[in-house]
Ligand binder design. Structure first.
Ligand SMILES: *Cc1c(COP(=O)(O)O)cnc(C)c1O
Length: 385
């Protein structure tokens, strides 16, 4: 049986050093904001090549803290792709702002710059004939863009930065799936003014629980993030200068990540080998499936290896065939966000986001982790139709 994501192989490799690291924290008694948290933040900031890394309790909180620092609230519009994990858009609504969904490009699964430009124009002119908008929500002020690096591939930041600048919007990178990836030599975490990542166990760099981080070169934002993550703390502990959260990264999780980052680049290169083998095997056998496309100058961190089938029944036949052989596979994502029940109040309609809707019907993801063997891959591929 091949697991979808195998965390036990990694544990067999570095478990001893992780246990020693966790034991040091347990014996130290510094469970909240112990020295490992600052050490990890320094390591991560250096790895990404930005001035500040502020860790927090999850990737979702990283996004929420970022929006809170920008003062996003009721009456504000935040642009977000319709095809992503729910959290990317959830935080917008949680703060009382309105998510404006934008369609994706089918070759990268990332936000379409052309659609984004139209969506911004539509919000600025309150005209849903230019681009589909939520219905009956009145006039909104365009405030920020959350671009998502889906499946580990960075979005098209050269274009997105330009669109954000021209329109006076803040660009946030949702790098929850893409930590370790690069485009044009720039690491995920440094493509936008603010970047967020997640250490959920199944992400490329995962801890053993929930965790997240925010990256920025901006001193002002970094101070705000640090304050918001601890109850809007001021210069001293019991001075509260704004409304915040309780969203620290546990010292134990920091200690685990300090060990895991030591083998992270090696794991990334194994993920890349796995992805290349999948693509080669599928193409050389003439299997009628569309393999992931990586634009030149880009390197994915391969959070997922996601394939497009001809149509929904071809996709479902592939999933059935894999399941029969005991191979797990997943659909990321079966429902595009504009059609999710939680967002029904926005009154988006079927056919508003044709590419996101097409992807949700034809996509599926096969097992992906750094410890898949060539024979695992052969066995998986032999089941594809
Ligand atoms: C996982 C994920 C998040 C949320 O991260 P958590 O740590 O689970 O809160 C946000 N955005 C995307 C794209 C994700 O994949």
């Amino acid at each position: 049986m091949i697991p979808f994501i195998d965390l036990s192989k990694q544990y067999a490799l570095i478990g001893d050093s992780i246990e020693a690291s966790v034991q040091r924290v347990m014996r130290s008694g510094q469970y909240i904001m112990g020295p490992e948290v600052a050490e990890l933040e320094d390591n991560l900031a250096a790895y990404v090549g930005v001035k500040h890394c502020v860790t927090c309790a999850s990737g979702t909180d990283a996004l929420q803290i970022s929006l809170m620092a920008l003062g996003v609230g009721p009456g504000d519009a935040v642009f977000v792709p319709a095809f992503t994990f729910f959290a990317s858009a959830e935080v917008i609504s949680l703060l009382g702002a309105t998510p404006i969904f934008v369609d994706i490009d089918l070759d990268t699964f990332n936000i379409s710059t052309e659609s984004l430009k139209l969506a911004i124009q539509a919000v600025n002119l309150s005209d849903s004939k230019i681009y589909p908008l939520p219905q009956n929500i009145g006039t909104l002020k365009a405030k920020a863009i959350i671009a998502v690096d889906l499946f580990g591939l960075p979005a098209n930041y050269p274009e997105l930065v330009e669109v954000a600048n021209v329109n006076g919007l803040t660009l946030i990178q949702d790098a929850a799936q893409s930590f370790g990836s690069t485009s044009n030599g720039i690491k995920a975490g440094s493509h936008a003014q603010i970047s967020c990542t997640s250490f959920f166990p199944a992400k490329p760099l995962g801890c053993y629980g929930d965790g997240g981080a925010i990256f920025t070169n901006n001193d002002f934002y970094a101070d705000l993030f640090r304050s918001i993550r601890i109850h809007g703390q001021g210069a001293t502990r019991y001075e509260n200068v704004r409304i915040g959260l309780t969203s620290r990264l546990d010292t134990i999780q920091a200690a685990i990540l300090i060990e895991k980052i030591k083998i992270f680049d090696h794991e990334l290169s194994s993920r890349n080998d796995v992805a290349s083998s999948y693509t080669k095997l599928i193409q050389s056998r003439g299997i009628d499936l569309v393999t992931p496309q990586i634009p030149s100058g880009y390197q994915s961190s391969w959070a997922q290896y996601s394939i497009l089938a001809r149509d929904e029944s071809h996709r479902n036949a592939n999933i059935e065939a894999l399941k029969k052989s005991g191979i797990p596979c997943m659909i990321y994502y079966p429902v595009p966000l504009h059609l999710q029940k939680a967002f029904a109040g926005l009154n988006y309609q079927l056919s508003n986001m044709p590419n996101a809707e097409a992807a949700s019907k034809t996509i599926f993801s096969v097992p992906m982790h750094p410890y898949l063997t060539q024979s695992d891959l052969e066995m998986i591929i032999s089941n594809l139709l």
